[in-house]
Design a protein around this ligand. Structure first.
Ligand code: PEP
Length: 249
């Protein structure tokens, strides 16, 4: 059985105090719930240790890491630093990092390797732009984002990752991929992993959908066979909304 996961991506929102309040609101709801879903909070670097220490009801993720191991890289945060906070996950390849910080596939491949070296689980984001989709290149774009960054990994390493399909045109726009569009791409992504690593690995891989997922559409999207949960931006900033999404399976 694949793990069901709902991960929040707080992005650059919530100061530490506001983050603690949000985490506590969520904990109150999670305490009385027995659902079998791994909940992950993707928080700013400054919040990692504190949010990790508050509760075991969720896991904590960084939203990025350095492509360097250590040294004279002012302002960078290494995988070892992230690991030392108690966080378990790192989100890599988010389109906002690819677009605004010009992260390319070769930077991302280095980051993936460093995360694996330091026992951090990567949530690897891939997804096409609107023009990719309109020109019919969406499958090819997603395939190369996966091949270029992940296909140097062994099967054992690959089995530790989580994939998030996030069509860029749906992120923060209010426009959601239809559940059929999500299913179509998730099945395609799973087939890529089947071809490279075999059925056992691909069947065990959790593939999350991200892009304007909210309480009103989560159930429909999560009902699809190859959708194993969500990476949630805006709606993860409200405990009620996020909790409804966690319960949407
Ligand atoms: C995201 O940034 O990963 C995301 C899915 O954002 P939103 O849910 O706000 O579209």
């Amino acid at each position: 059985m694949r793990k069901k996961i709902v991960a929040g991506n707080w992005k650059m929102n919530k100061n530490l105090n506001e983050g603690i309040i949000l985490a506590n609101e969520l904990i109150e709801k999670l305490i009385s719930s027995s659902i079998d879903v791994e909940v992950i909070l993707g928080v700013p670097f400054t919040h990692l240790e504190k949010i990790t220490s508050i509760s075991k009801k969720y896991s904590v993720s960084a939203q990025n890491c350095s492509a360097q191991e250590s040294g004279a890289f002012t302002g960078e945060i290494s995988t070892k630093m992230i690991q030392s906070t108690g966080a378990k996950y790192v989100i890599l390849g988010h389109s906002e990092r690819r677009i605004f910080h010009k992260e390319n596939n070769s930077d991302l491949a280095k980051k993936v390797d460093l995360c694996l070296m330091d026992d951090l689980i990567v949530i690897y984001c891939c997804g096409e732009t609107l023009s990719d989709r309109e020109s019919g290149n969406h499958f090819m774009v997603v395939k190369s984002q996966i091949e270029d960054v992940l296909f140097h990994l062994s099967g054992e390493q690959m089995s530790k990752l989580v994939i998030a399909y996030e069509p860029v045109w749906a992120i923060g726009t209010g426009v959601t991929a239809s559940s059929d569009q999500a299913q179509e791409m998730h099945a395609f992504i799973r087939s890529i992993f089947t071809q490279k690593y075999g059925l056992e690995l691909s069947r065990g891989l959790s593939i999350l959908y991200g892009g304007s997922c909210k309480p009103s559409n989560a159930q429909d999207i999560f009902s699809k066979e190859d959708v194993d949960g969500g990476l949630i931006g805006g709606a993860s900033l409200n405990a009620n909304d996020f909790y409804q999404i966690i319960n949407a399976f």
